[in-house]
Design a binder for this molecule. Structure first.
Ligand SMILES: Nc1ncnc2c1ncn2[C@@H]1O[C@H](COP(=O)(O)OP(=O)(O)OP(=O)(O)O)[C@@H](O)[C@H]1O
Ligand SMILES: [Mg+2]
Length: 491
């Protein structure tokens, strides 16, 4: 008994019993009250609808089908309830042996039916167990729908808070043009190549393409081609079949993980020639094989590639396949360096401060003074947006006033000098004066550049000339943007 009461109370709202015979209504009321339900009675279909359209919610309706000639039938009431968009459970009462009308009622959306016979008392007990489960399921659904709505409102709010659709900040002409390309190409199932110096937002834009695409519900998987040794890249990308001989287990590759989503191939300029051939094949024919596998698999994956290397130079030198470039560059999005869009700096700096404040409790600083902004605009930003983010966050963290001044910014004292140093081919003044780290950097850059020049711009040869491995040399090449020094390079 006590168990029943708990179940009944969980349902809460009263049950509406609709029947023209007072004896049936009373019988049902007694049974239902015994189970702990509250009951409201209605003698006709019209009155039932009046109750249902009122303020009071009901958990279940038990509805007679036959109210006599000239009266609204139970079936009409049921249809009206459903037409009003009400999904509450309705149990219909049918006369003895009228299976046909029961079937029709179920078709019209009744949850169950009861035969009005001598056993009504027993059958309603059985039916109520079922109904109570049904009502609980409906209530749970309603609760989940509410929860979903609440979460959706919250996400929308967060998106508005961040302010921009893809977290991409900047209203310069260049950024707006790049965003327009994102929107346009996102829907087209072809590869996209994103180019730009380090820290310009290539990965952020790759993610934006994914989010704006019809694959946005699918996975966004990243592979940094430069970080994975050439020998392991194939297994990493295509996976591997179990190999009992070498005791290697089965492994899914990134192409598997990115199925129906987007695969972001970062630093694509660093792939070896054999590998480029394999990537070309997946793009062209959408097929690949696992390491140790003999089955040809298909990949439903959209590829976005990024590079900050000088692909034209690499193609001229024969280290990057021109056909792969052509395939990848169905659309190319080139992100401009920050020094070429200094108008975006105030907006970006503010964005990073606000983000940082949301992440770290108790920060005092929340804005930059005009002088600090001027100082930022004057800097050369070799590390682009990532560098700006670091500089601004460090200043916000160190400063214990509300407004960050130029003295709080940790920038190289003379940005112009640093710019010149970074782009000049000779560094004699810097080698004999200035802070030691700058002098070391200048020396390192000059040594790498000289090695390149002496080796006809063959990076592998230059690396071995300096006693470095290829990855170490590539690091220097990117750090000092040496591609720009190559005769015939852009800019
Ligand atoms: N327009 C932008 N708006 C907001 N944040 C940005 C923007 N551009 C870049 N960032 C931020 O700057 C940092 C660097 O961006 P990202 O990693 O996308 O650059 P990247 O071009 O891939 O760099 P790398 O070549 O070094 O891999 C990230 O924290 C990113 O969120
Ligand atoms: Mg990146």
């Amino acid at each position: 008994m006590s168990e029943r009461l708990v179940a009944a109370r969980a349902i809460g709202d009263p049950i509406l019993v609709v029947d023209d015979q007072a004896a049936v209504r009373d019988l049902l009321t007694t049974i239902l009250s015994d189970r702990g339900h509250r009951v409201v009675q209605a003698p006709s279909g019209e009155e039932a609808l009046e109750h249902l359209r009122g303020q009071r919610p009901f958990s279940v309706v038990i509805l007679d089908l036959d109210f006599g000639a000239g009266r609204m039938s139970g079936m009409d009431v049921l249809r009206r309830i459903r037409a009003d968009g009400n999904d509450m459970p309705v149990i219909v009462l049918t006369g003895q042996g009228s299976v046909g009308s029961a079937v029709e009622a179920i078709k019209c959306g009744a949850s169950d039916y009861l035969e009005k016979d001598a056993y009504l008392e027993d059958t309603i007990e059985l039916s109520m167990d079922k109904i109570e489960r049904l009502v609980r399921a409906i209530e749970e659904n309603r609760r989940l729908a509410e929860e979903y709505k609440r979460l959706k409102r919250q996400t929308q709010y967060l998106e508005e808070q961040v302010g921009r659709r893809y977290d991409i900040v900047g209203s310069s002409e260049a950024i707006r043009a790049a965003l327009a390309r994102v929107e346009r190409v996102a829907k087209v199932p072809r590869p996209v190549l994103i180019r730009g110096e380090r820290g310009t937002g290539k990965e952020l834009f790759a993610a934006a393409i994914h989010r704006a695409s019809p694959r946005s519900e699918g996975p966004f998987v990243t592979v940094n081609c430069a970080a994975i040794p050439e020998g392991l890249l194939e297994c990493e990308l295509f996976g591997q079949e179990e190999d009992a001989f070498n005791n290697a287990p089965f492994k899914l590759g990134r192409f598997d993980l990115a199925e129906r989503g987007t695969l972001f191939l970062d630093e694509i300029g660093n792939m070896g020639p054999e590998f480029q051939q394999k990537i070309l094949r997946v793009i062209e024919y959408r097929t690949f094989e696992r390491v140790q596998g003999n089955q040809t698999l298909t990949a439903d994956v959209r590829i976005v590639a990024a590079t900050n290397t000088d692909l034209e130079a690499a193609m001229a030198a024969g280290t990057f396949r021109a056909d792969l470039h052509d395939r990848l560059a169905f659309e190319t999005i080139t992100l401009p360096p920050l020094r070429e869009r200094i108008d975006d700096i105030p907006e970006l700096a503010d964005h990073f401060i606000q983000r940082f404040r949301a992440e770290v409790a108790g920060l005092v600083a929340h804005r930059l003074s005009p002088a600090a902004l001027a100082r930022l605009a004057d800097h050369n930003w070799p590390g682009n947006v990532r560098e700006l983010k670091n500089v601004v966050e460090r200043a916000a963290y160190r400063c214990d006033r509300e407004t960050i001044g130029p003295e709080d910014l940790d920038l190289i004292p003379s940005p112009r000098l640093a710019t010149e140093a970074a782009t000049a081919t000779t560094h004699a003044p810097l080698l004999t004066e200035g802070p030691l780290p700058d002098r070391i950097a200048a020396f390192e850059r000059q040594a790498a550049l000289e090695a390149l020049e002496r080796c006809g711009w063959n990076q592998r040869k230059a690396a071995s000339r300096l006693g470095l491995n290829y990855d170490q040399f590539r690091h220097l090449y990117r750090k000092y943007d040496l591609g720009r020094e190559r005769p015939g390079a852009q800019e």
